[in-house]
Design a protein around this ligand. Structure first.
Ligand SMILES: [Zn+2]
Length: 136
């Protein structure tokens, strides 16, 4: 049986599932957004056009964010494949499961993410904002 060979990968299976679910959701949503952006070109009246321009901008911002998230997720899946998942890329300590559950695509432990040095990462993890800020 396959289960005899206990792989390190098994430990990250739940996170892999989380990542794949999220990836599927994002991909579907991005498809939908692309369609919405393409649809609206036959309008003449200004108010509608203005509204659509705003809406388009919003859609673009959302898409950019989601495309970035897709890239993060794909990188995380690659790290799982290479047995490098769950290790902070900065300090190389293990990232706690609790954090991986909240942000399965994270590359940084809480200390490194909240240290204030990694402003790039702070931008990438807004949804983790409160626990990080609380520990200050
Ligand atoms: Zn770290």
């Amino acid at each position: 049986m396959r289960t005899k060979k206990k792989d390190k990968n098994d430990r990250y299976k739940p996170f892999e599932n989380l990542l794949r679910t999220r990836l599927a959701e994002l991909t579907a949503h991005l498809d939908q957004l692309r369609k919405e952006i393409v649809i609206d070109d036959e309008v003449d009246d200004e108010a509608t056009q203005a509204f659509r321009n705003n809406n388009r901008e919003f859609l673009m911002t959302t898409m950019e964010r989601e495309v970035r998230n897709v890239a993060e997720i794909e990188q995380a899946l690659q790290r799982i494949a290479k047995n490098a998942y769950g290790i902070c890329v900065t300090c190389e300590t293990a990232i706690p499961d609790k954090r991986l559950n909240a942000i399965p695509w994270t590359r940084l432990c809480v200390d490194c993410a909240g240290g204030g040095i990694n402003s790039i990462n702070r931008r990438l993890t807004p949804r983790l904002g409160s626990p990080l800020l609380d520990s200050r």
